[in-house]
Design a protein around this ligand. Structure first.
Ligand code: FUL
Length: 426
């Protein structure tokens, strides 16, 4: 059997683990999620846009990459493109001389943050959208501007919403990325290198398969795209801090507990987390939102504090984890050696004390399927000097550790009935 293995760029991307998404544009000023391309550029008028503070907020929350909606479905471009007048160049903001993509790219470069861009294929403003060949030219030009004008990009986000049934010239489009930004990850469409997790709740579910032959297209239909063959495509879990992707005055950030549950079920399940922060119509991330992020980050850090590394010794079908001394913990973290591809299909963590001959060992403490990039299990407090991990599928662990710093931590829950809306929004 040959295993599909990640490229070095895919592995690097997986190890970034957590990025911030920014939805900002004409919708921000109109209380809309999906506007139809007719809101005049004149509403894009604000006083305090501060891209450096967006990036700082992301960094303080622990994000290692940052993705901006350069153009959402409404077609309004946050950079002064040559392809359309529907952009910052005809808006009152900075007297039409502004470029949000530039300000974000500069802030990311200054703060050592990876930059990615979202460029919606569906465009409700472009007159040529109904003519596929003409629109492909237009889109390729937009993508070329973004891929050549703003320094290195680590990800291009191709959103399937609104495009089900539409054929774009993906060979040409992806050719632009390959020519100018060969290390950038390609999200979900064309010739993807990473995939959408399949919901907008930020949640992966076990098993999290990195090798797939199909991707889900959008939240709003059941549509999926076949890939002709299996590919190594690790998933990204996108979710908004608020209910909406764009800022709305009455929307509220999710609770810290909800965000913690998302963390365990994305990063803690071996998937990447892409958490959206909507800047408001002043151009700032609301203080309430940054406070919530700080509180969440503090609690994630507290739970993952007091790490004790295990010495890992593999044997056929598993591994023994030995700690320097007996340790009391309530989190176990495993990482798979993905250089060999994703192989572990099932794992059980057992109390290993019985191996020392005290007769009490062998109880299963926790189990699951995927180990992947990073699997974090929260479990009832236990003391052990040695653990046992049974591994199915032939894979090996790269590392293992336990966390001892927050033995009082409760199990966070997603609020009952919570689900991101699946109706096409306004
Ligand atoms: C969806 C879009 O329709 C939403 O507006 C948002 O951009 C989300 C990230 O992807 O498909």
């Amino acid at each position: 059997m040959t295993w599909l293995v990640p490229t070095p760029a895919q592995l690097r991307w997986q190890q970034l683990e957590f990025g911030v998404f920014i939805h900002f544009g004409i919708n921000t000023f109109a209380g809309k999620e999906w506007s139809d391309g007719t809101i005049p550029a004149s509403v894009f008028n604000l006083s305090e846009l501060d891209a450096a503070s967006w990036v700082r907020t992301a960094k303080e929350a622990g994000a290692r990459y940052f993705i901006l909606t350069a153009k959402h479905h409404d077609g309004f471009c946050l950079w002064p493109t040559s392809t359309t007048d529907y952009s910052v160049a005809t808006a009152p903001w900075r007297e039409g001389k502004g470029d949000v993509v530039r300000e974000v790219a500069d802030a990311c470069a200054d703060q050592g943050m990876g930059l990615g861009l979202y460029l919606s294929p569906w465009d409700r403003n472009a007159g040529c959208y109904s003519d596929p060949a003409a629109y492909d030219d237009f889109y390729v030009q937009q993508l070329t501007e973004l891929c050549t004008g703003y320094g290195p990009l680590m990800e291009l986000w191709f959103d399937g919403a609104g495009s089900v049934g539409r054929e774009y010239d993906w060979d040409r489009i992806i050719g632009v990325v390959k020519e100018h930004q060969p290390d950038a990850m390609i999200f979900n469409m064309g010739q993807p290198t990473i995939r959408w997790v399949g919901n907008e709740n930020g949640l992966a579910s076990d098993p999290v398969n990195y090798v797939v032959d199909r991707t889900s297209d959008t939240q709003y239909t059941e549509s999926t795209s076949g890939l002709r063959a299996e590919h190594y495509l690790p998933p990204e879990c996108d979710v908004s801090l608020r209910r909406g992707w764009f800022w709305h005055p009455d929307d509220q950030p999710k609770s810290t507990e909800h965000l913690l549950a998302i963390y365990y079920q994305s990063v803690g399940m071996g998937a990447n987390l892409l958490l959206n922060l909507p800047p408001d119509s002043r151009g700032l991330i609301p203080e309430q939102d940054s406070a919530r992020l700080r509180e969440w980050k503090r609690e994630v850090d507290r739970r993952l504090s007091g790490a004790v590394e295990a010495t890992v010794e593999h044997y056929d079908g598993g591994a023994t984890l030995t700690f320097p001394a007996a340790v009391t913990f309530n989190h176990v973290e495993l990482a798979e050696d993905l250089g060999m591809g994703q192989r572990i299909t099932q794992h059980s963590v057992l109390d290993g004390e019985g191996l020392d001959g005290d007769g009490g060992g062998g109880a299963v403490l926790v189990e699951g399927k995927t180990v992947g990039n990073r699997r974090i299990h929260q479990l009832p407090v236990v003391t052990a000097k040695r653990l046992h991990v049974k591994l199915n599928g032939g894979g090996r662990l790269k590392s293992a550790r336990v966390y001892t710093g927050a033995l009082d931590a409760g199990v966070p829950m997603i609020p009952e009935g919570y689900e991101a809306p699946t109706d096409a929004p306004d």
